[in-house]
Design a protein around this ligand. Structure first.
Ligand SMILES: Cc1ncc(COP(=O)(O)O)c(C=O)c1O
Length: 400
């Protein structure tokens, strides 16, 4: 297996189709949308090339081996026993939680979402004619936790579903077993189904293992829809292959039924990549995690030394840093400030809902040299912040 070279600077705008790199004019350093500036693992590329060279791309069956590989993986990593029939495939995790919102409860019901959070979760309840009920996570010194009393108090007679994000984008928590147990107990007691988006489950740093909430107990599994994907882990999000695990047959049929006629099947290249990634991508993933952690440490050290009024706590999981700019004295909106004056594109924390204002999300899954260049440019703008004017926020823009 060749040693992955995460330092390699790739020609990402080459095909003009990278959302991250091609949405802005040349010269901008994009550290925003959550994909990685790395080649996928060599076995994934090999499998795709081999499949492409076949030249026939008809409707695809999901490879039987893929279910087995996932089943074995969940048992090995989390001691979570699922049956092959519990697993089905979807073109996206966002698709999956939108299907869950349609499948559980009735129009007009409330769906709980903890904020700040990955912004498509805020829209999903409304897309299904449900009401999005936001509960704030508590933040202290950059550490986020849930106040269980507040969480429970937010549950009303019409609350049917809770959308959990674990590991959490953007606040970087990998929720621990005990807090997940308490959370599940509350949901079960109030008959609230859990839809757990665990797309970031493989990007966890030492000391913070991922716990799938459904793995805690059979009665929790029976009320949970879990969504996973190889997309973040192995950098194949453009191939649109995600995984749903629903162990209760009735709930599973309801979720699948919610997509009938609307949700397209997974394409053959997505299946090919998913199988190769989950089966053969382990060593690459180990190397990736070391590289990401070094990047993260570099970032935190740089920010502490050169932009000390921006605060950032080390994430437990994800390749996303959550920068608190509230006390940094930046003029106007921090995202616009760095976009305009540093030519670095980050995500505006405000798009993640209440509690996100004044924060930035920075994606550090890039070669170290890219990160260094971006931070250097940010530092230069930061040092001039007192003399720079606020940059207006355009009224209707794409979420960034
Ligand atoms: C928490 C979370 N869920 C879902 C997605 C996107 O999933 P998909 O591309 O499979 O719809 C992302 C992408 O950033 C994410 O961070």
């Amino acid at each position: 297996m060749p040693v992955p070279d995460f330092d390699q600077l790739l020609d990402l705008p080459r095909f003009g189709d990278s959302v991250k790199w091609c949405l802005f004019e040349e010269g901008m350093l994009p550290l925003w949308v959550a994909d990685m500036d790395f080649h996928s693992p060599a076995p994934v590329i090999r499998a795709l090339v081999e499949r492409a060279s076949h030249g026939v791309f008809g409707y695809a069956l999901s490879p039987g081996e893929l279910r087995q590989v996932i089943q074995e993986r969940l048992a090995r990593l989390y001691d979570w026993q699922v049956q092959e029939e519990d697993i089905f495939f979807l073109p996206g995790v966002v698709t999956g939680f939108n299907m869950a919102c349609h499948a559980v409860g009735k129009p007009g019901d409330e769906i709980l979402v903890e904020v700040p959070v990955y912004f498509p979760m805020l829209d999903a309840p409304g897309n299904a004619g449900r009401v999005c009920r936001m509960v704030s996570l508590l933040e202290e010194e950059g550490y986020y936790r849930r106040d269980e009393q507040t969480f429970e108090a937010a549950i009303g007679p019409r609350t049917s579903l809770f959308l959990l994000c674990n590991p959490h984008n953007p606040v970087g928590r990998a929720f621990g077993r005990a807090e997940l147990e308490r959370l599940a107990e509350i949901c079960l007691r109030h008959d609230v189904v859990i839809c757990s988006d665990e797309i970031h489950c493989d990007i966890v740093f030492p000391g913070h293992p991922h716990t799938p909430i459904a793995s805690l107990a059979p009665e929790i599994a029976a009320r949970t829809i879990t969504l996973l994907a190889p997309s973040k882990t192995f950098n194949v999000p453009g191939l649109s292959c995600s995984v749903a695990v629903v162990q209760d047959a009735d709930l599973r049929e309801r979720v699948r039924g919610a997509g009938a006629g609307l949700v397209s099947h997974v394409n053959v290249m997505g299946y090919t990549a998913a199988l190769a990634a989950y089966r053969d991508g382990g060593p690459w993933l180990e190397a990736l995690l070391r590289y990401l952690e070094d990047n993260c440490d570099y970032l935190l050290d740089y920010v502490a030394r050169h932009m000390p009024l921006i605060r950032c706590r080390k994430p437990e999981a994800t390749f996303l840093a959550w920068l608190d700019c509230r006390q940094a004295g930046l003029p106007g909106n921090p995202q616009r400030f760095f976009e305009e004056y540093a030519r670095v594109c980050l995500n505006d924390g405000a798009i993640f809902g209440p509690g996100g204002e004044g924060f930035l999300r920075l994606n550090f899954a890039c070669p170290r040299a890219t990160l260094q260049r971006a931070l250097e440019r940010m530092r230069q703008a930061y040092e001039r912040r007192a003399e720079l004017a606020p940059v207006p926020v355009p009224e209707a823009s794409e979420p960034k």
